[in-house]
Design a protein around this ligand. Sequence first.
Ligand code: FRU
Length: 512
Amino acid sequence: MLIWPLLLVFIALWAQNATPPAYNQPYRPQFHFSPREYWTNDPNGVVHFEGEYHLFFQYNPLGDQWGHMSWGHAVSRDLVHWQQLPVALAEKNGVMIFTGSTVIDEHNTSGFCTGGKPCMVAIYTGHTPESGARPALQTQNIAYSNDRGRTWKKYSGNPVLNLNMSDFRDPKVFWSQQSRRWVMGVSLPNDHKVRFYGSADLKRWTQISEFGPAGATDGQWECPELFELPIEGGGGATRWVLKVGLNPGALQGGSGEQYFVGQFDGTKFQNDNPASLQLWTDYGKDCYCALTFNGLPRNQRAVMIGWMDNWQYAAQLPTSPWRGQMTFPRSLSLRKTAEGLRLVQEPYEGLKRLKGPQSGTGLAAASFGDAQSFGNTDMLQTHTFLLHSEMKTGDAQQIGWRLLADSSHYTLVGYDTQRHKLFVDRTHSGLTSFSKDFPATIEAPLVLQGDTLSLDILVDRCSVEVFADGGQVTSTNLVFPPEGANGLETLAKGGRGGRISASMTEIRSIWE
Ligand code: FRU
């Protein structure tokens, strides 16, 4: 009877809450998606359909460097636990499958759906590398699936959009209620423009408008996306956000993303702000080509997931057998501030399903000095936790935290009360020498409304995602601390911090 020993092994594993070895190498993210092996960059085609969330991703099925780009595939029932499936769309005849999006064709506008049921249609860039005298070619293509994304057929009439350009990529398609048609935003990277096309059937596309140049225009514009968000406390009022990736030339160097806030009438995006205004979705170094989910249930807030990495050093990250990972999904809204509407991001609420024990030593004190240690060491050893804190600035020049610390390593997450900057200092975080661009002190402008700094910090072995001031400023950064760097201490420089309350919660592995 083979079943009994197997059952016992299963029970033993379950009892230990063990992470399987395939997901337990040094630095392996425990609650962020990473492929079992090999290279990933941008999330692609993220969509909800029939109770499943689909995460497609730029994937090299043959190695841990960029190449042979295909769409990897993972599914989730709760947007938290992922199961990796076989490659959805593979490179063929030397044409790579670059970034794109997936829509649910509810009413079979494409004619691809069978059995009177909705189907999935993916819209992606086909990339033919240059060869000899022939320059590279990027065109927009479609593929469809009638079995919940398990198998895909490329459309025989591909490409559906071809401008004979070497740089023309990253189509994001959505259904526009206003103009009752499909709308595609796609990038002309070197012109710093987003082109908008409209279509009734996903096959024939006509240009309807164009946006740009505006904001930051160094480097190439990539991964554009237009989406509508509610304004917090706005009684149902909404505004549109146009997000654009920039590589290189982002605020912190290398790749990063900016956004514009405005209106969209189904045809044209109108920027509310002067073209010169630069707004950044994330002030860290490691959040790129983020994408919001299509097809979410009506009552669900917009959710976005990004590639937690930077093209400056993505190829050198000290991880194996995988390279690259996603951010934790983030729920989005817009907030009215004195300066205008700003993007707000909060960890997707499904995080609560992963919450383990809270530290018994929650901290509450009338004031705090430098290097007061805090936290439950068992919890700190796993390097997977959520640290929430509210700190009054007191008379300190800098307040915050020193985390993942041992006698010579640490990562600082803090606030400079005089310069009004949130900062993450990873210059002493551990392994940093694999790229000259990695060690950095990364700053974000943050003017506190009162004198309280509110921080939610998600730590997952090799990443620190900071949500400050209720998500109004985020800073996402990778770190590679040594094993045993389990210290967590307050930071207070040039004075004492004021009232503090903090709690720490273990975040369980999604791979258990
Ligand atoms: C952004 C990007 C996209 C492109 C993809 C290729 O990271 O350069 O513009 O489609 O990666 O892997």
